[in-house]
Design a protein. Structure first.
Length: 135
């Protein structure tokens, strides 16, 4: 099979709204990536991104996905994501300006962030493996 693929770009906006806490959390991220058919039944997708969240953390990220068709209706995939979050200038846990439900200038602290990481840079990684069956 002839190798073929595509390049893409996107702007993503994600918002989490909470009814139990007084703050919401959102992210805006620009993404540039590509997809490449490796052979008749396999595709590789990869992208890089840059963005900012409502707690003023900047993020740089990359992800890669490979998907393989195992039959007419069954596919397997593996995905790896790595993001590096950069704390806003002047942020720190000793200033009292960060904490659950509070954020710096725009509000909206990250609800997924451990309190020991607030105010510092950190890495976030994930790996996902799965099967899909077309019914």
């Amino acid at each position: 099979i002839e190798r073929r693929g595509s390049v893409y770009g996107a702007i993503e906006y994600t918002a989490l709204k909470y009814s139990t806490v007084p703050s919401d959390y959102s992210t805006v991220r620009g993404r540039l990536g590509f997809s490449l058919f490796l052979w008749e039944r396999a595709i590789l997708m990869a992208s890089c991104s840059y963005g900012q969240d409502s707690a003023d953390y900047n993020s740089i990220g990359a992800e890669a996905v490979i998907k393989i068709r195992l039959g007419d209706r069954l596919s397997a995939f593996a995905m790896y994501q790595h993001f590096y979050f950069i704390a806003p200038m002047g942020a720190g846990t000793d200033t009292g300006t960060h904490g659950p439900g509070s954020g710096p200038s725009r509000g909206g602290s990250n609800p997924f962030l451990q309190s020991s990481l607030i105010g510092g840079d950190y890495h976030s990684r994930s790996a996902v493996f799965g099967l899909s069956l077309k019914l």
